[in-house]
Design a protein around this ligand. Structure first.
Ligand code: DX5
Length: 220
């Protein structure tokens, strides 16, 4: 990635027109599409299964990320890979055998991502950077869109930036939650390369294209 990419989350999309919403986000200039998969166990919300992702695969040529906010991600990995997700993101908090889970994701031919909640230290990923393609710093408590950005996470982003730069690996740093025109620059300056945006794009009064352009200008 040579410039920060805005990743479009479809969590707050119009589910009656999901394919069209994915196509609109693609046309609006997001770099990737993120599917917030929730099981109402790990987080207090229930969203998409792999069939929904597969149904939208043909509406965009963008890279799909599956953000698995689920208590047991391992049984779901192959299905989301088959649905067309190129990156599978599991939560450190739900993977007691994280090293093995990451190997399974790569064995499926997908990029391996780990997300950490606001209270989870980077120690969980410190020794796995060569097994990883992406680390997601949650800047909200997962479960819902439209929440406030937790600015104290910028210290964690900066710590991860330093860790990755010193490791010589190519791990991508993504920030997820509460990204808007005012918070995007702060997250980017802290070291993030991918910024996940849901409500700031989907609920923007001037439409998705204007919203994405605004976020790109915020980090230019
Ligand atoms: C939280 C979700 C959200 C979503 C983006 O569980 O992960 O962060 O992707 O939602 P906004 O951009 O509305 O915070």
């Amino acid at each position: 990635l040579t410039e920060p990419a805005i990743v479009g989350s479809v969590l707050g999309a119009d589910y009656a027109r999901l394919g069209e919403e994915v196509a609109d986000l693609t046309a609006a200039g997001v770099g990737r599409i993120q599917w917030d998969v929730m099981d109402r166990r790990f987080v207090p919300n229930l969203t998409f299964g792999p069939d929904v992702v597969a149904a939208c695969r043909g509406h965009s040529d963008l890279h799909f990320e599956a953000h698995l906010m689920v208590q047991e991600p391992d049984p779901l990995l192959a299905d989301f890979a088959a649905a067309g997700c190129g990156t599978l993101i599991v939560h450190a908090e739900t993977c007691p055998h994280l090293h093995r889970t990451l190997a399974r994701i790569r064995d499926l031919g997908c990029r391996a991502g780990v997300a950490v909640n606001p209270s989870t230290p980077l120690g969980f990923v410190r020794h796995l950077l060569d097994q990883l393609d992406q680390v997601v710093i949650m800047t909200v408590n997962p479960g819902f869109g439209g929440q406030d950005y937790i600015a104290s996470m910028e210290e964690k982003v900066a710590e991860l930036r330093s860790l990755v730069d010193r490791s010589g690996t190519a791990v991508t740093i993504e920030v997820d939650g509460g990204i808007s025109r005012s918070t995007a620059r702060r997250a980017w300056c802290a070291g993030a390369e991918l910024l996940v945006a849901g409500s700031a794009v989907l609920a923007h009064p001037d439409g998705k294209r204007a919203a994405v352009a605004e976020l790109h200008r915020a980090v230019a």
